[in-house]
Design a protein. Sequence first.
Length: 205
Amino acid sequence: MIPLSERSASSFICGHFAFFLIGQLNSFLELKRILPEKAFFARYKNLKGGITGAGRFLYLAKNAFSGKIRFNSKNEFNCPMRKNAKCPQIKLEALRSLSGMIQDLEITGNNYAEYAKVRDSFMYLDPPYMNNTNAHYNATVPLEDFAGFIRDIQGANKVMISEQNSPECLMLSGNYKVFAVTLNRSLQYYTQENSKEIIAINYTL
């Protein structure tokens, strides 16, 4: 469903990360061998920059409860370790492959609204937890603001939106084709079957 385009942009990354570790990996693995699993996890909540920080973030992401990446008001990683499980294996060749694919990507940390002036691009939007009553997800993107953003970009770009909310909630125009999809989600220890989402596009396949 993704169109051919010289330029693509995604304004909501939603926690999908890939890191390629090399050089400083040996000391990381040696420390993990010495310390008990919980003590190792607690120690590596203190993130750093560079390759060391990438390694720690990858380890935390693989071992945090429910696969969550969560920080407190002090910008400290505060998700507990998942229970009754061993650290998942990290395949080095898969990391190398991902590293090769993202070499030419430009990854930024801007507010999504700054992309309202993008033109002649394919834009994939997967907004996080909109219209969710769980207090965990407060201060996320308001539906009205997101709908306005869509109106700003849709005339000059090819747009794909994936969302759990209905097309009516997103206030999509009649130019969109909406497809219902059923997903099986897996978060390490928990699998959610038959999760419902929509995919909406404003271009012809």
